[in-house]
Design a protein around this ligand. Sequence first.
Ligand code: ZN
Length: 463
Amino acid sequence: MSVVRCTIGRMPIPATVDEAVLVSRTGVRLTRSTTFRFTLDVNQAQHRALLAHAGAARLAFNHQLARVRANLDQRAAERSYGLAEGQLTPALSWSKVALINHMNAWKDGRDASAPVNPDGTRGLAWRGEISADVFECASVNAAQALKNWADSRQGTRAGKAAGFPRFKSRHKTAPAFRLRAKYTEGAASPVRPTGPRAIRFPKLGELHVRESTKQLRRMYDSGRFHAYAASFRFERGRWIVAVTGVAADFHHARRDIRDRHQATVGVDLGVKVLAVIADEHGRVLAAVEGVKALQHAQARLKLANQAFARTKRDSAGRRKAARRLGRVHARVAHLRRNLLHELSAAIAKGHAAVVIEDLNAAGMVSNRMLARVVSDASFGELRRQIEYKTAWYGTTLTIADRWYPSSKTCSGCGQVKTDLTLTDRVYTCPDCGLAIDRDVNAAINLARYTGPATAAPPLPAAA
Ligand SMILES: [Zn+2]
């Protein structure tokens, strides 16, 4: 049986994930890449263990960079003495495999350059306390960063040009590390929920989380989710873990569009409210608001910022203000994340077919509700979420092309008004006399869009 690797939005299932993992123990194909995030509740010993893992990841990353840098410098120096290319110190490979092999030999004491301990043994004395995968993942990160730099120099990099990777500083880089859940046929996953608020990880053991693991547990127990990695990050005084894995398609009942609103709906990101959902017959189905909590938190963030700015350097007051600022920052970040997920879920569920505007173009209109409460960059994230969630729920998605005049067209008679400004909250048609809320008017027009369609990538059919 061939297994299709699914790419939804920008979340491809990594090629390193074992093919066997993509079929659950109950025979269900796992095709959907998904992530569960939790805040960890750790004791002092666990906090130290997590910090040690992050320290090991930083050490491994920096060691790889230093080694490659030294080799490059050596060769540059030799060239400056006039040595021929063939006589230079051989260049080091920085492929992922080469870096992983070197790291294992170095930390285990098999490499000539391995550290020597006071008792004469070789290798990192404390390596046994750290999950070996942390060293491997950090080496893979270093290989990727070096590749980005090399590709930029040769002009073959598609994205933004990257310089030589920076060394990670203990003080300036947030402690973070990643480990993979290495899967053994027939055995329980090394990353798995073990209680209502507990998850087990390799080497770290069972850790408590603040959020309920109910959804993760249900999917794991029924064989519909398999974790392949866990990324840990210490930010704003707390450890966050993202458990990434592959999941089965939603149950076909949840992908059934027959019980939903059948008429095509348009979604306009509103000026007055977050989004308006209306159908082609002019019925308004929803006006999504839900920004009050976020606006309130943003006001508190401003106050916390001001309070912090008034404190003196190195004072107890500054430390206290910094803690408060961190807490408010975290709350704003969580509310923003929630808002985008709630909005994209509201759009994807409950409709058979949805038309949205081209969000790359929409991002340019700065005085919309969404741009005001979230950020301009969120339009791309919102589009990504809408694309993969409509695919999950079996909803047809159409993206109107950016020149479609959804705001300027009269949904009553079809006339296009060219002098509409953003301050016109009500669309008034000079031809047919229609007076309608501008956001509702735009949503209706989107629902009626018949131009060239850009459909989201379909999910692979179930086996
Ligand atoms: Zn009209």
